[in-house]
Design a protein around this ligand. Structure first.
Ligand code: HEC
Ligand code: HEC
Ligand code: HEC
Length: 127
C-alpha cells in the first residue's frame, strides 16, 4: 500500500540528507559562530563567506601546494577573478589582522588547533 504523502516526504528527506554535507559544512556540529572580529576596511573575503567558512582549511592546503610544489604564488578568485598573492601571512593574516579575535577565537571555540604557527609568524598585536 503506497501513501503518496509518505513517499514525497521520504524523497524530501532523502534530498536534504544527501545534500547535507554542503550546507552542514559550517552549520554542522563542529562549527560554532563565535562573534569574531572582521576586518574593518574590507567588505568581503577572497571568496564567498560561506565558502570561506567551510573551505578555508582546504584552500590553505591548496595554497601551500601551489606555492611549494608548483611555484605558483598567484591565486585567482573564483568569485570575481581578482588576483591575490598566495601567502598566509601577507594575504590572509594581513587583512584579518586581529589574529587573536578572528582565527584563534573561532578555533578555540571549535577546539581546532592548527599547527601552522610553529613556522609561520602570528601577528601578536591586533588592531
Ligand atoms: C581583503 C581582505 C581579506 C583577505 C585577503 C582575506 N579575508 Fe577572509 N574575510 C574578509 C572579510 C571582510 C570577511 C567577512 C565577510 C562577510 O562578513 O561577508 C572574511 C571572512 C572570512 C571567513 C569567515 C568568517 C565568518 O564569519 O565565519 C574566514 C574563515 C576567512 N575570511 C578566512 C580567510 C583566510 C584563510 C584567508 C586567506 C586564504 C582570508 N580570509 C583572506 C577579508 C579578507
Ligand atoms: C568562524 C570560525 C573560523 C575562523 C574565523 C577561522 N577558522 Fe580556521 N577552522 C575553523 C574550523 C571549525 C576548523 C576545523 C574544520 C574541520 O576540521 O573540518 C578550522 C580549521 C583550520 C585549519 C586546519 C587545521 C587542521 O588541523 O586541520 C587551518 C589551517 C585554519 N583553520 C586556518 C585559519 C586561519 C589562518 C584563519 C584566520 C585567517 C582561520 N582559520 C579562521 C574555523 C574558523
Ligand atoms: C615545519 C614548518 C611549517 C609548518 C608547521 C607549516 N608551514 Fe606552511 N610553509 C612553510 C615553509 C618553509 C613555506 C615556504 C615559504 C616560502 O617559500 O615562501 C611554507 C609555505 C606555506 C604557504 C604558501 C606561501 C606562504 O608564504 O604562505 C601556505 C599557504 C602555508 N605554508 C600554509 C600553512 C598552513 C595552513 C599550515 C598549518 C596547517 C602550515 N603552513 C604549517 C613551513 C611550514
Amino acid at each position: 500500500m503506497y501513501n503518496a504523502k509518505a513517499v514525497i516526504a521520504g524523497i524530501v528527506i532523502f534530498v536534504v540528507l544527501a545534500s547535507s554535507p554542503f550546507w552542514l559544512g559550517y552549520r554542522g556540529k563542529n562549527y560554532t559562530s563565535t562573534g569574531v572580529v572582521l576586518p574593518k576596511d574590507e567588505k568581503s573575503c577572497i571568496e564567498d563567506t560561506e565558502f570561506m567558512r567551510a573551505q578555508h582549511m582546504r584552500l590553505l592546503n591548496e595554497w601551500r601546494d601551489e606555492a611549494l610544489r608548483n611555484e605558483n604564488r598567484v591565486y585567482v578568485s573564483a568569485k570575481d577573478g581578482r588576483k591575490w598573492t598566495i601567502s598566509l601571512q601577507n594575504t590572509c593574516v594581513k587583512c584579518h589582522n586581529n589574529y587573536q579575535e578572528f582565527c584563534e577565537k573561532c578555533h578555540v571555540a571549535n577546539s581546532v588547533y592548527p599547527y601552522c604557527w610553529t613556522c609561520h609568524i602570528i601577528p601578536t598585536e591586533g588592531k
